[in-house]
Design a protein around this ligand. Structure first.
Ligand SMILES: Cc1cc2nc3c(=O)[nH]c(=O)nc-3n(C[C@H](O)[C@H](O)[C@H](O)COP(=O)(O)OP(=O)(O)OC[C@H]3O[C@@H](n4cnc5c(N)ncnc54)[C@H](O)[C@@H]3O)c2cc1C
Length: 301
């Protein structure tokens, strides 16, 4: 980690370095937990400024998020930003969870609304709960002023948003409510990121917008994710992955090449850093990072 002791995430952005974060999800069983922790260990030499761990998504629960957030902090020494969603929680419960985060020594939270629970096609707040992430941001900012707060942004628009402009207006509102930075949904065409950042700036959002990238390790998996989150999978990437077929190392090579190409251009054109959706695996991520390191774009010293 290269964040100085006691440095907050927003101070890290302010220092003008390449901010690097990695996202994990809570594993479902002990074998998966071993794999996740091994991947985290493999990525440690690349010194992420912070790592995050999802909440609720993919079956994770309050307990598993907390358990593995602690493991990442206490066993591996990472600065950890747990995610928190409004799904199924009252305001009081959210306050309690934020308090548990503080007690465990976390100093940051990714504040999200969350997706509708399985089987429901639209989001509805529980009684006494929140309908949108802005309310969670306001709550966290009011009660935990020392926290760094991240929020989600969507270069290709959130799937539920009626149009791009209103989605950016809602993002601006999350920032006005107290968010310090934005991490984007995954995307595979940098043009969508640069255009999104332009819209954010035009909409009055000055907070850093950290691009979120997923180095692809499987075509079927990435097709599923894109269908879920509304990201576009470029035809060219699909063709290259199809050509790699069942050869997992060839697929990884395609994924790493694509991610490297995206990262190199993002850094060259002034992105504040990058966030990696590593899916609890390290190989393809390391292949992309090594290439960035070799050409002096990243942690080359
Ligand atoms: C970086 C990142 C991390 C994520 N981590 C997780 C995770 O850990 N767990 C998980 O379950 N999901 C996670 N997600 C997915 C996320 O929960 C979903 O995309 C969810 O559908 C929206 O969450 P949000 O915080 O963006 O919601 P919101 O900001 O509330 O936005 C949801 C929709 O409502 C609109 N909107 C926002 N505010 C208002 C308002 N005040 N009034 C009316 N409309 C409004 C927006 O335009 C958007 O269409 C993550 C996404 C990203 C990009």
């Amino acid at each position: 980690m290269i964040m100085a002791d006691g440095e907050s995430i927003q101070e890290c952005f302010g220092a003008g370095r390449t901010t690097f974060s990695v996202e994990f999800f809570p594993p479902k069983d002990e074998a998966a937990a071993d794999r996740m922790l091994r991947a985290a260990e493999d990525l440690r030499p690349y010194r992420p400024d912070f790592v995050s761990i999802t909440y609720g998504a993919g079956g994770g629960t309050r307990e598993t998020t907390m358990r593995y957030a602690r493991a990442l902090k206490e066993d591996l020494g990472f600065e950890v930003m747990p995610h928190l969603t409004c799904v199924g929680h009252t305001k009081e419960e959210l306050l309690e969870i934020l308090g548990e985060f503080r007690e465990a020594g976390f100093r940051a939270v990714m504040a999200l609304r969350g997706d509708p629970p399985k089987g429901e096609d639209s989001f509805s707040a529980v009684e006494g709960g929140f309908s949108h992430a802005d309310e969670l941001v306001s709550l966290a900012r009011a009660h935990f002023p020392e926290f760094s707060i991240g929020v989600a942004g969507y270069p290709e628009k959130h799937p539920e948003a009626s149009d791009f402009a209103s989605d950016v207006t809602h993002l601006a509102n999350k920032v006005s409510c107290g968010a310090d930075f934005v991490t984007t949904q995954l995307f595979f065409d940098n043009a969508s990121y640069f255009s999104f950042v332009g819209s954010c700036r035009a909409g009055g959002i000055e907070a850093p917008v950290l691009p979120g990238l997923l180095p692809v390790g499987s075509l079927s998996q990435i097709k599923r994710f894109c269908a879920m989150c509304g990201a576009t999978l470029p035809d060219e990437l699909t063709c290259r992955l199809e050509a790699a077929g069942d050869d997992s190392s060839a697929v990884r090579q395609v994924g790493a090449d694509w991610a490297y190409g995206q990262l190199a251009e993002l850094l060259d054109r002034g992105a504040p850093g990058f966030h990696i959706y590593c899916l609890n695996k390290s190989k393809v991520v390391i292949e992309a990072l090594e290439r960035l390191r070799a050409d002096g774009r990243f942690r080359a010293e």
